[in-house]
Design a protein around this ligand. Sequence first.
Ligand SMILES: [Cu+2]
Length: 126
Amino acid sequence: MTISRSLLGVAAAAITALSPTPAAAQATRVSIVVTSHKFSPAPIHLSGGVPVRLTIANQSGETHDFTAPEFFYWGKLKGPLPGGKLTLKPGQRAHITVTPRRGTYKVRCSRFAHALLGGSTTIVVH
Ligand SMILES: [Cu+2]
């Protein structure tokens, strides 16, 4: 808990409730980069039933979000993530540990017109 909190930095307030338990120590790691207007990799491939620690970094100069309500709904999060939305300010990075369920899920940036501009992709859980 303490380690996660320090890594989260400014995202702590929003994500502390999701701080992982011991499962996180064994979790695989996947990095996702958000820019204007793109997620990468795209699509995002994950393994079903295996805890994964996602690092989601906004490497742009504007706020974006990572909105995937169905993915997070089934992802066995340790706490609430309202709307399945993770908001990231410019340069911000957040960590979240999930145990994805097999399936294909949409992920998009819900900010005005961002998905239309390219800010959307798919999460494929194998
Ligand atoms: Cu956006």
